[in-house]
Structures are given as structure tokens and as C-alpha cells.
Design a protein around this ligand. Structure first.
Ligand code: FES
Length: 158
């Protein structure tokens, strides 16, 4: 004989399982979010970001360019803007971060002084980004650069 308690027992087990699953979501979600920021994947590592076509970068003197891109860090989608300096020598492009390595102010290029100048504490860097005066001890950050064969766009790895 089949008792009526059998389905009730199964139903209780099912409801208990569902309740456990639903109640554990608030505890699991933050763990997953943290793990996503720690694991390699989207948002981690460098990616090529398109800048200017090669022919639009003048030869010799650095030009500033605002590199804008979207970055994904774990559950967050970030709009990033970086000021970089591009200098072309033939088909080669040097890309330097404008962020001063002393305390993070943005440097500007002085054609008169042939130097990058930081206004915050009078730091100076040469054309290649090496520190030449003031408090900065480290060179401006260099980004890897390559060109996209199709449209000759310069891609900056950030
Ligand atoms: S932040 Fe550039 S010299 Fe201090």
C-alpha cells in the first residue's frame, strides 16, 4: 500500500533544498564577485586600444592624446580616460603615459625646453620619458604600441 506521506516527504525535501539555495544566494554572490576580480579574464591584462591613424601623428614632437575606453573589472564596467603622449619616428610610435611618476600629476610637453614638465613639483623628463630633474626618480610609463594593418590605426596596449 502506498501512503500519502511519501509525496509530502518528497515535497518537504524539495522545499528545503529550494530554501537552502535561495537563502545562500546573498552569501555566494559577493564571493563570486571577488573571485571574478582575482581570476584572469575580461578586464584583466592589457588590451589593444585604438588611438590615432599613424599618418595623423606628426613626426618628431610628442602630441597628447586622450585615450578613452571601457574596462571591465569584475562586476564593474568602467569608463577610463588616460592622457598619453605619442611620438612618431618613421613607422615607429612611442607612447608614454602623461602621469608623473612622482605623485601622479599630468605632465605636459614643453617644446621650448624639449622636456616633459610636471607642474606640481617641477619635475622634468626627457623626450624618451627619463627623469632629468626635480623629484621624479622613475621614467614615464611606456605602453606597447602596434598598428592595425587595415586602417593603419595605432593601437596602444593598456
Ligand atoms: S607629481 Fe610630478 S613632480 Fe611631483
Amino acid at each position: 500500500m502506498v501512503s500519502d506521506s511519501q509525496p509530502t516527504h518528497e515535497r518537504r525535501g524539495f522545499l528545503r533544498l529550494m530554501a537552502t539555495g535561495v537563502l545562500s544566494i546573498p552569501f555566494i554572490a559577493p564571493i563570486v564577485a571577488v573571485a571574478r576580480t582575482l581570476l584572469p579574464g575580461e578586464g584583466s591584462g592589457k588590451k589593444p586600444r585604438p588611438a590615432l591613424p599613424l599618418r595623423e601623428i606628426p613626426e618628431g614632437e610628442p602630441v597628447s592624446y586622450r585615450l578613452r575606453y571601457e574596462d571591465i573589472q569584475g562586476p564593474y564596467r568602467l569608463e577610463v580616460e588616460r592622457l598619453v603622449f605619442l611620438r612618431r619616428t618613421g613607422d615607429d610610435v612611442l607612447a608614454l603615459s602623461a602621469e608623473c611618476t612622482h605623485a601622479g600629476c599630468n605632465v605636459s610637453w614643453s617644446g621650448d625646453k624639449k622636456s616633459f614638465v610636471c607642474p606640481c613639483h617641477e619635475g622634468f623628463f626627457d623626450l624618451d620619458g627619463k627623469p632629468t630633474g626635480g623629484p621624479p626618480q622613475n621614467p614615464l610609463r611606456r605602453f606597447d604600441v602596434r598598428t592595425n594593418g587595415d586602417d593603419d590605426n595605432v593601437l596602444i596596449e593598456v
